[in-house]
Design a binder for this molecule. Structure first.
Ligand code: GLY
Length: 376
């Protein structure tokens, strides 16, 4: 083949630029105002819908929505009150994507800032970078006027101390439990019992919760996706990540293409749950590309879930050790939530269905996820 000359090369570049990326997703109708989120996002969806209806930008809407959860000390998987790393320090991850401008921003392992979603948005808007991590992210947040604060609540500090008391060497000793010289503990005493003096206001239920969290480290998170009637889409994912993680561990939430991806010519997707599994399948990007190729949101979500199961050779015993959820919203407003397992175990031993939050203009509601496996 003859080599191309400079003029032919330039013409080729121009042609490539004018060529559509791929066939558009098969959509059936005009866009409409829809907000979806993970199950902890009922209020988030309502706030985002209120803003979208008022004509506000879809990214402003999702960030305002997730801010409610980031600032809620009772949600131990996101923002202020999130469970800390193994050293008792809360480290947060967040990402945003803005469909109309095709821009993205994220922060990872940021400390001391209650609303990392705002900082991810500032990285997008105020820098030439996409991702800031660790100390650099905190310094950037402070430069942008954010106050550094202690994100550990009394409840999350209690849960962390209970977890430390449970870490034992092979002979059953923990440096963080009563000393060898302490009077013998009452037979069957729980690891939290000795902490009652440090936390005099902690109820029996809070102590039981702390023990449960010590044994079942959470990877809860919030993902929120918004579509407006003009066809504009944005998304945000924010989390405190895996409880008791090694300092510096980064999950999927701030990884563009894993915890979040938006291409408003097709749709958006996001995830909650064990981020390590999602990163290995680039979940959100894979879902959007499957929708671009014509799969429905539900088909796309389940196809990616099957890739996660395949990574474990469909070994149910190992897959049973974690939960992961995906959420997908197509440009015409068709949406789906999908989970690996039908439900998750509560502290009382019962199971609760995997669900996700939706607001299509009225009150926010929960809908069931489609699932790959039935948890019995
Ligand atoms: N999906 C949240 C995390 O794994 O950090």
């Amino acid at each position: 083949m003859m080599p191309l000359n400079r003029r032919q090369l330039l013409a080729g570049t121009a042609m490539a630029a004018a060529t559509p990326l791929a066939s558009p997703a098969q959509s059936t109708g005009a866009p409409k105002n829809i907000i979806i989120a993970s199950a902890n996002g009922l209020e988030c969806c309502a706030k985002a819908m209120q803003m979208v209806k008022a004509g506000r930008d879809t990214l402003d809407a999702v960030v305002a929505g997730v801010n409610i959860v980031e600032l809620d000390p009772k949600d131990n998987s996101v923002g202020y009150g999130g469970l800390p790393n193994e050293e008792g320090v809360v480290e947060l991850d967040a990402s945003v994507m803005h469909g109309p401008t095709r821009r993205a921003g994220s922060v990872a392992a940021i400390r001391g800032i209650k609303t990392p979603s705002n900082i991810a948005k500032l990285v997008m808007e105020q820098t030439d970078h996409v991702m800031l991590v660790g100390e650099g992210a905190t310094r950037f947040a402070k430069a942008m006027g954010y106050k550094e604060e202690d994100l550990l609540t009394e409840e999350s500090r209690l849960a962390w101390l209970v977890w430390k008391r449970m870490l034992k060497n092979p002979s059953g000793h923990s440096n963080w439990s009563d000393g060898l010289d302490a009077p013998p503990a009452k037979p069957g005493a729980k690891p939290s019992a000795a902490l009652q003096r440090l936390f005099p206001n902690a109820s029996a239920d809070t102590l039981a919760w702390a023990e449960w969290m010590a044994l079942h480290p959470t990877t809860g998170t919030i993902n929120c996706l918004a579509l407006n009637s003009k066809g504009e889409m944005s998304g945000c994912t924010t989390t405190s990540g895996l409880a008791w993680k090694i300092p510096g561990r980064v999950g999927d939430s701030p990884v563009i293409g894993a915890g979040l991806y938006v291409d408003q010519e097709v749709g958006g997707a996001g995830s909650t749950g064990r981020g390590e599994e999602n990163i290995r399948v680039a979940g959100a990007h894979s879902i959007v590309e499957l929708m671009r190729a014509g799969r429905s949101p539900q088909e796309a979500v389940m196809e990616v879930m099957k890739r996660i199961a395949r990574n474990y050779d469909n070994d149910l015993a190992r897959l049973a050790k974690f939960d992961i959820n995906f959420y997908a919203l197509r440009k015409d407003g068709v949406f789906a939530g999908g989970s690996l397992w039908s439900g998750t175990q509560r502290r009382d031993g019962s199971f609760t269905s995997q669900q996700f939050a939706v607001n299509d203009g009225g009150a926010s509601r929960l809908e069931n996820c489609v699932h790959l496996y039935e948890r019995k």
